[in-house]
Structures are given as structure tokens and as C-alpha cells.
Design a binder for this molecule. Structure first.
Ligand SMILES: [Zn+2]
Length: 118
């Protein structure tokens, strides 16, 4: 049995949680058009990392709230748990965030820059 430390409820059995997949996939803003290939990359490509991975988790059978986690996919160790809309603070989490190929994509740039004012 694996215990996951819900930031809102405390440690609970892993069976109460569901994994929401890769974290920090920024949706491109509609007012910042990108190519179909770049949008397809945003929409369909996901990492399947062996090692430190940034994931979204939900306490499905508890508070039902979402949170992010830095997890080692080999040892299943949860290195850090942190709120949605924030970035990891641990050394391993910062390194995994910075090294992700997604940081340099057109979709990420289109999500970060402000939209046109109308
Ligand atoms: Zn909870």
C-alpha cells in the first residue's frame, strides 16, 4: 500500500486517488494562433518519463481536489506535492520542469504571451 499525502486531508491510501497525467501543459490562447502541427503536439503528445515526472493528481474518494506532484516513476516515491497553478520548489522538480521539451514549444509560447486587445 502506498500512502499519498493529500495537501488538504493528509496521508491517505493510494486507492483514494486518481492520476490526471502530465502536469504543466499550458493551453494556447485562442487569440494567439499556432500551426495545426503545433496544436496537435499540444493536444496529443504526452511524456512517459522513466524517473522524475511532474503529474496532476486528484483525491477522487476524498476532498476531490486537484494537486500537482513530483514523483519518481521508478521508485514511486512522491518527492514533492504542491498546489495547482504553482511550480515545483524541490531541486528535482525544478530540474524536471526546466528540462521538459514542452517549455520550448509554440503552444507553450502561445499560452504564455498575452492575447491581442480588441
Ligand atoms: Zn484530500
Amino acid at each position: 500500500m502506498l500512502l499519498i499525502d493529500c495537501p488538504y486531508c493528509g496521508p491517505r491510501n493510494e486507492e483514494e486517488f486518481s492520476c490526471g497525467g502530465e502536469a504543466h501543459i499550458a493551453r494556447p490562447l485562442a487569440e494567439n494562433p499556432i500551426s495545426d502541427a503545433a496544436f496537435g503536439e499540444y493536444l496529443f503528445l504526452r511524456d512517459n518519463t522513466k524517473g522524475v515526472f511532474l503529474e496532476r493528481w486528484r483525491h477522487a474518494s476524498g476532498c476531490r481536489r486537484w494537486f500537482n506532484a513530483v514523483r519518481d516513476t521508478v521508485s514511486h516515491e512522491f518527492i514533492e506535492i504542491y498546489p495547482m497553478n504553482s511550480k515545483p520548489k524541490s531541486k528535482a522538480g525544478k530540474a524536471a520542469f526546466a528540462a521538459n521539451w514542452r517549455r520550448t514549444t509554440d503552444a507553450e509560447a502561445a499560452a504564455q504571451k498575452k492575447g491581442r486587445k480588441s
